[in-house]
Design a protein around this ligand. Structure first.
Ligand code: GAL
Length: 645
């Protein structure tokens, strides 16, 4: 169940055999290689050197390692960029982004597609049947370093093509975008401009389409790679390693191309990326927040249609966040078990050995910089391998009782017109997820429109456009459904529905939103009734025919109930969130096990796992007899016991 990321091209060939042997000795079965090696595979156009990779793969395979080979398209080499400058992406200020790091391409460039197809085909043909090869990784972390959306001439060209196909006529385009507003109408598709560098806010419908266009390009580009790989390597699986907290493209659509999803888990790095308060950042600086990794495990399990790996697991301090503390002792082990608890098939550490040169010198590996000597993280990985050997296999993970409907487009729409500066879709979803996990519940992420059958509780933090499939899935859900504010507030053209928000959910919720107020930090509106706390950031005024369960200070409805559907008319503060989740879980008839904010539990089949992110001990629930760990869960410890309690 363990793997590692390895760069044979970074080390003298005389070390490869020792590396491979030591990986096996550590308990590692999988090794991912090759994803940045283009300049070594094709140093000049059409002049290839595969001999080193042939030897590296043979050595790894002979040592008993199973190989995952990455396509090298995240790093187009210098000769290619010089030869084909049209592959370069542009930033929102319209400036070209330079060569010298990675991901310096735009998905819009036809040249880039051609060049990608060419290199992927050559590599897939050469290694597609290698006996050591078990799977492929396409590219590396689509969207990382803000590289989904690009604002250059190639993008404009490709966007126009996409618009022509979608709208057929400029009349339809003008109508859909509401271009009569501010005289934005165009007479031909050639007149369309990119929605950047405008004097003030650009048309939101144009921006939304520009985002959708890029998102579709990522999925199509990935599919192009997958199709080529499958043609030449039909027996092997294909994955992509997604990043954390990147929502610029619809990951579910890329997931549709793949046999399994994978993602890169840097829990401490992400503490700096997520909009935590400084107090929370400091508190979780050396462990990460207890939901950061799990949130992504559950998301990517859904993206992978039930199957996921952690392709890169943080093994110690990273180099890329503003501050990079050493994880507390035990955390590398904890994160590994936690990924497995959430259903990961493999946890693969990044990287085998810390580099002594170039950009990531300060990034830990399982071995210390340049050495054949395990780092503190490497020692923890070895412990995990030994413990897993004793535990034997893990049972399959099952459908959870709770579904969280996650919608990439809602992130785009609320980012385009936040209305209140701190309305952040991902933050909202994360907090709702945290609220559910604090009740000891397993959570599945579900894409909009997917079946909600079998879920006792379905939560929808916010779904701005509710299309027919999503509406019908929600209305057919037999469990309790909790819908958050701002849902159903726009149609697909970014237009307010005729019946006002929540539009298509008017019947199900029994509500109509007649006003919205966004609240500056520090302002809130107390909520009381069957739930208590306060609304902040976003607060709606409802005309409610549904039963009112709780009210704002002035008597307006804050939480309503109609049949199995609850509607929450605000962004809840932490107290209100906990209170609402507790009520929703009760209504859904769920057994909860409320845990302190530093403890998380998760069931995988017949086993329950517990994790301690805090500084205090936590006694396991009565009757839990651990098969791993102790009856009192120490800080940074892991316990596993058989279910039934
Ligand atoms: C990931 C990336 C790796 C490496 C790592 C460092 O985002 O895929 O190549 O850069 O970060 O943490």
């Amino acid at each position: 169940m363990l793997g590692v990321c390895y760069y044979p091209e970074h080390w003298d060939e005389s070390r490869w055999e020792t590396d491979a042997r030591r990986m096996r000795e550590l308990g590692i079965s999988f090794v991912r290689i090759g994803e940045f090696a283009w300049s070594r595979l094709e140093p000049r156009r059409d002049s290839f050197d595969f001999s080193w990779l042939d030897r590296a793969m043979d050595i790894l395979a002979n040592a008993g390692l199973k190989i995952v080979l990455g396509t090298p398209t995240a790093t187009p080499p210098k000769w290619l960029v010089d030869e084909c400058p049209d592959i370069i992406p542009y930033d929102v200020q319209g400036r070209p982004r330079g060569f010298g790091s990675r991901r310096h391409y735009t998905f819009s460039s036809e040249t880039w597609w051609r060049e990608s197809a060419r290199i992927v085909e050559i590599i897939a043909k050469r290694y597609g049947h290698h006996p050591g090869l078990v799977g492929w990784q396409t590219d590396n972390e689509y969207g990382c370093h803000d590289t989904t959306v690009s604002w250059g001439p190639e993008d404009l060209k490709s966007f126009k093509r996409w618009l022509r196909l979608r709208y057929q006529s400029t009349d339809q385009l003008n109508e859909a975008w509401g271009s009569v507003f501010w005289s934005m109408e165009v007479n031909s598709f050639d007149e369309v401009t990119l929605p950047n560098l405008t004097v003030t806010e650009a048309n939101p419908a144009t921006r939304l389409d520009f985002w959708r266009f890029h998102s579709e390009q990522v999925a199509a580009y990935d599919k192009m790679q997958c199709d080529i790989i499958r043609k030449h390597s039909p027996e092997r699986w294909v994955t992509h390693n997604f990043m954390g907290f990147i929502s610029d493209f619809d990951h579910f659509k890329v997931g549709d191309n793949l046999d399994l999803a994978s993602w890169d888990s840097y829990p401490i790095g992400f503490v700096e990326k997520f909009p935590f308060s400084e107090e929370e950042r400091n508190r979780w600086a050396q462990t990460s927040h207890p939901d950061i990794a799990p949130y992504h495990h559950d998301l990517y399990r859904a993206v992978g249609k039930g199957r996921f790996w952690v392709m890169e697991q943080q093994p110690g301090p990273v180099n890329w966040a503003p501050w990079n503390p050493v994880p507390k002792p035990g955390m590398v082990r904890l994160w590994t078990f936690e990924a497995l608890a959430h259903g990961a098939e493999v946890v693969s550490y990044f990287r085998w050995r810390q580099a002594t040169f170039a950009q990531e010198q300060m990034h830990a590996g399982l071995n210390m910089a340049g050495l054949d000597e395990l780092s503190p993280g490497g020692l923890e990985a070895r412990q995990v391998a030994q413990e897993l050997a004793v535990l034997g296999g893990l049972p399959d993970t099952q459908q959870s009782s709770v579904a969280l409907v996650f919608d990439y487009q809602s992130h785009w729409m609320t980012a385009i017109q936040p209305q209140g500066r701190d309305f952040r879709y991902e933050e909202l979803c994360f907090r709702w997820y945290e609220g559910l996990r604090r009740l000891g519940l397993n959570v599945d992420f579900v894409r909009p429109g997917a079946s909600l059958e079998g879920y006792a509780l379905v939560v929808v933090p916010c779904m701005t456009e509710v299309d027919e499939a999503a509406r019908s899935a929600l209305e057919n859900a037999s469990g309790t459904v909790l819908i958050g504010a701002r849902s159903g507030s726009r149609d697909r053209n970014f237009v307010i529905p005729e019946n006002l928000a929540p539009g298509p959910l008017a019947d199900a919720t029994g509500n109509r939103v007649i006003q919205v107020s966004t609240l500056r930090p520090g302002l809130s509106d107390t909520v009381s009734g069957k739930v208590a706390g306060a609304g902040s950031r976003w607060r709606e005024t409802l005309e409610a025919s549904a039963t009112v369960l709780a009210r704002f200070e002035n008597g307006d409805a804050a939480l309503t109930e109609k049949g199995n559907t609850l509607y929450l008319a605000c962004w809840p503060d932490q107290t209100l969130l906990e209170s609402v989740m507790t009520l929703a879980a009760e209504k859904a008839g769920l057994d909860t096990l409320p845990v302190p904010d530093f403890i998380r539990i998760r069931r995988r089949g017949s086993l329950t796992f517990a994790f301690n992110y805090g500084i205090q001990d936590w006694p396991l629930p009565e009757g839990a007899v651990p098969v791993l760990g102790e009856a009192v869960l120490k800080p940074q410890a892991v316990a596993i016991w058989k279910n039934a309690c």
